[in-house]
Structures are given as C-alpha cells and as structure tokens.
Design a protein around this ligand. Structure first.
Ligand code: NAD
Ligand code: AKB
Length: 309
C-alpha cells in the first residue's frame, strides 16, 4: 500500500488528485499539503511551503510516506508576470522536494508541461524527444525540471517519473493562471451567459485533456513496471488538439445560442503560439499503457452537465 505526500494540494490538479488517491489507497495514506487549506479535509493535511526543504522533510517523515507527488508551482501566465518568483518556486521547490525524496528514498512524481517546448519544436505530432528551446520562464523551468528529475534518477537512483501535461479541463477547482485556462472558462461562461470572449485567437491549436484522464495517467505511470520506463522525465501525453472555435462548436451541440468573441491578450497569445499543436503520446502508450478516454465531445457533455447541476 502506498503512502503519499502531495504538495500544492489545493490547486486545480491537487484538489482532485488527493480525493482520487484517497479513494484508491485509503484516506489516511494520502497527505495533502499547501500554503493554505480550503475546508476541513477528509484525511491528513500539513501546511508546507515547498521553498522550505525542512518543512517538506518533516511532513514526509511525520507521515512516513513512500512517495512525493510534487505539484506546487507557478503556471505559465503568472510565471511570465513574475519570472524571478517563478524560478524560485518552480526550481527551488522542485530541488527541495527531490532532496527529500533522495534522503528518505521516496518515489517521486512531478508534472512537466507542453510549455517545455518552444517555437522551434515541431508543432504536429511533436515527438517525445525533439528540440526543446522554450521562450517562457515557465518553459525554462519545466525543461530544467525534467533534466533535474533525470539527474536524481541517474545519480542517486531516485525513482522519478513525470508527464508533459496539456492544458487541463476541470470543474472542481479553477485553473491557477495558465495560458490554456480559456478552455475551462469557456464552459463556465457558456453555462452562465451563453457567450465567451477568448483571449486566445481563432486558429491557435494546443493540446488539452480532461482531468479524469490526467489523474488516471499519474496513477498508471506511478504503478508502472520500472523496467519498462525508458523516458521517465517526462512523457508526452495528449487527448485533444483544439482551438477556441472547436470548443465553441462542441458547446453549440448543447447550447445552440452560444456565441464566441475574441479579445486577444498578446502575452498569452505569444505563449500559446510558441507551444505545439499536438503531441505524439506513443512512448507513454508503449511504455505504460497511456490512453485517454475523453475526446472534445465527451469532455463538453460532461463539463456542461456538471456545471449545470
Ligand atoms: P495551481 O496553480 O492550480 O495550484 C498550485 C498550488 O500550489 C496552489 O494551491 C498554491 O497554493 C500552491 N503553492 C504555491 N506556492 C506554494 C509554495 N511555496 N508552497 C506550497 N504550495 C504552494 O496549479 P495546478 O494546475 O494544479 O498545477 C500543478 C502542477 O501541474 C504544476 O507543476 C503545473 O506546472 C503542472 N501542470 C498543470 C497543468 C494544468 O493545466 N493545470 C498543465 C501542465 C502542467
Ligand atoms: C498553463 O497554461 O500554464 C498550463 C500548462 C499547459 O502547463 N495549463
């Protein structure tokens, strides 16, 4: 039975990951941690600032965990607004969490992102191994983070594993300041106002994924046979390649009056244009069986249904 410490547990991914892991491994075996806490939790929780290595160590030791899932980070748009803070949190926090994993011999997961790629990366069927010259602070952090996780695996034998997530779509916790957030906002606005003004331009394709597929991917990867893992940090995974008008078309199948307008934000547009259109997830499929269950129509039906409840 696993015992897991999750950092950044109040965020878009963490809030759902903790409850999913608790269902899978038992509530007392999953320790949430963050700088703040929303509600009383149905399992153990610790206030942990990931820039404080000792705090991570003490939480891991106190609960005798065997795994860290390190999620605390600043997302792409916020990182572009505060690059120095992003470096300190995204790199400093990761280094601290990896050190604790090394000292206590823990399995380790942290997500990379489509943001690890840059404008010189092939945009279609982006290969697992390809040019990675990102032009954002977030991307620089993600590439360096992947390399750092590989380093801890090769140098110290820490069992590090990761995925390059696309933009994640979910209805439990709003996204925390990324470039792909529009793909969540569009559903909230469709239900509330039957219209949405997109800050991303028409024709801008990015990879997207529904949260249940993203959570399954973590569990599947962490339970995979280590002998089969060649790439480790980090696997391309994707479910959907879409532009704003594709979401609008899918939404109109349920809300025919839905209107999409555009008011492009140059910073986030530039970031989006520097990212791939569609990743090739073959390595993840071959090495640990990744397969997404939700296409854009299934995501849309589920999102609209949940938000209308
Ligand atoms: P989020 O912004 O929703 O949540 C981040 C959490 O980290 C927040 O709850 C915040 O309070 C916490 N945090 C911030 N500073 C902290 C600190 N110093 N110590 C401890 N906690 C701190 O982010 P998310 O979307 O849940 O993303 C989690 C991870 O997944 C990040 O590494 C992110 O880059 C990656 N990722 C997310 C997406 C996505 O679409 N959500 C896509 C690709 C990769
Ligand atoms: C962001 O837009 O910053 C995230 C991501 C794709 O990493 N959603």
């Amino acid at each position: 039975m696993k015992k897991i410490l999750v950092t950044g547990a109040m965020g878009q991914i963490g809030s759902e990951l903790v409850s999913t892991l608790r269902k899978q491994y038992g509530a007392s075996n999953v320790v949430g941690s963050d700088l703040w806490q929303k509600d009383a939790e149905d399992g153990p929780f610790e206030m942990v600032d990931v820039t404080d290595e000792k705090a991570i160590y003490e939480a891991a030791k106190k609960h005798n965990v065997d795994t860290i899932m390190h999620l605390a980070a600043l997302l792409s748009a916020k990182a572009e607004a505060a690059p120095r803070l992003a470096w300190d949190l995204n790199m400093g926090g990761l280094m601290n969490a990896l050190e604790v994993a090394r000292e206590l011999d823990l399995q380790f997961f942290t997500p990379s992102s489509i943001g690890a790629f840059g404008p010189t990366t092939p945009k279609q069927k982006t290969p697992q191994e390809t040019i990675m010259r990102p032009t954002t602070m977030y991307g620089v952090n993600k590439v360096a983070g992947e390399l750092l996780c590989d380093y801890y695996y090769y140098r110290y034998g820490v069992d590090t594993r990761g995925v390059r997530y696309p933009g994640l779509i979910s209805y439990v916790t709003p996204p925390g300041g990324g470039t792909t957030d529009y793909a969540v906002e569009i559903y909230y606005e469709a239900v509330k106002n039957k219209q949405y003004t997109s800050y991303i331009a028409a024709g801008t394709y990015m990879d997207m994924m529904y949260m249940p597929d993203a959570l399954n991917a973590i569990i599947q990867l962490m339970e995979a046979d280590p002998d089969k893992l060649v790439h480790r940090n980090a696997y391309n995974i994707s479910a959907i390649s879409a532009a704003p008008e594709d979401f609008a078309e899918a939404i109109r199948k349920h809300i025919p009056a839905f209107k999409l307008a555009y008011e492009v934000d140059s910073v986030r547009q530039q970031i989006a244009e520097s990212w791939p259109d569609h990743l090739d997830s073959t390595a993840a499929a071959e090495e640990w069986g990744f397969k997404a269950a939700y296409d854009i129509d299934r995501v849309t039906a589920d999102m609209l249904g949940k938000l209308q409840e």
